[in-house]
Design a binder for this molecule. Sequence first.
Ligand code: NAP
Length: 260
Amino acid sequence: MGVLAGKVCLVTGAGRGIGRSIAIAFAQEGARVAVTARSTAELEEVVGAIRSAGGQALAIVADLADGAAPTRIVEQVRAAWGPIQVLVNNAGIGSSANPKPVVSFDDDFWNLSLQINLTAPYLLTKAVLPEMLQARSGRIITVASINGKIGSLHGAAYAASKHGVLGLMRTLAMETAREGITVNSICPGPVHTAMNDKRLAYDSTRLGKSFDDLAAGLTPIGRRLEPDEIAPLAVYLASDASAAMTGQSINLDGGIVMTG
Ligand code: NAP
């Protein structure tokens, strides 16, 4: 039996990249996994992969730019399987979608970044909390970033939203520490996904360096991480084994940030 056997889990942004890896790893550990994103085709592919391996999965198409989406997503999972026991706030929008220095930053992009990376996790968390408090059990995991701890050149909204979400999750960890709920964040460095490919392409043009040389120079280990290298930490944070860990923001970054 897997370490997440029977657990009802929601993973946002699970159509590709890190969220996809986490959803598949959760299902391999026996969880029932609801996956959400905007792209129907990507969600169907993930659900198909989980089901064909004998797991249980549910696709919910939703745009987290819509402030009403979090409640609707949580209600749909509850209707299918009951209360959510593990929430993974993974969906995100990167700096690469519209990189600019602060002086010329696009205000609409600022608002969108904060909506997806900070407000949506806040609303989703608020929607799952009452039932976790009632059950005196739950796991809230947020995929933040090392840019929640250090700046992101030409990515002010990204860094501000990721710093913000760490503050939210640390506060929530204080509020729930005696309630059987743990609240932890994963802070990845550069991971080989569509989001990071786009950022590397921007930096490659900006600096006049090759994509591959830049990728190799990003981390002390000499390469980007793969999404499957993030998922095992999410499994641990979702499992009973991590009951004594809360309020943490764990760097998983090939050794970029070594100061906490
Ligand atoms: P990705 O490959 O671009 O995947 C992002 C996921 O979020 C997709 O499933 C996307 O689906 C979903 N998403 C984006 N905007 C959305 C919206 N408005 N509504 C609903 N879903 C939305 O990115 P990734 O690299 O796996 O990133 C996952 C998380 O890791 C993000 O929070 C990111 O900030 C964080 N992270 C990534 C890296 C990295 O180097 N890759 C480093 C540190 C932290 P749709 O587009 O279909 O909606």
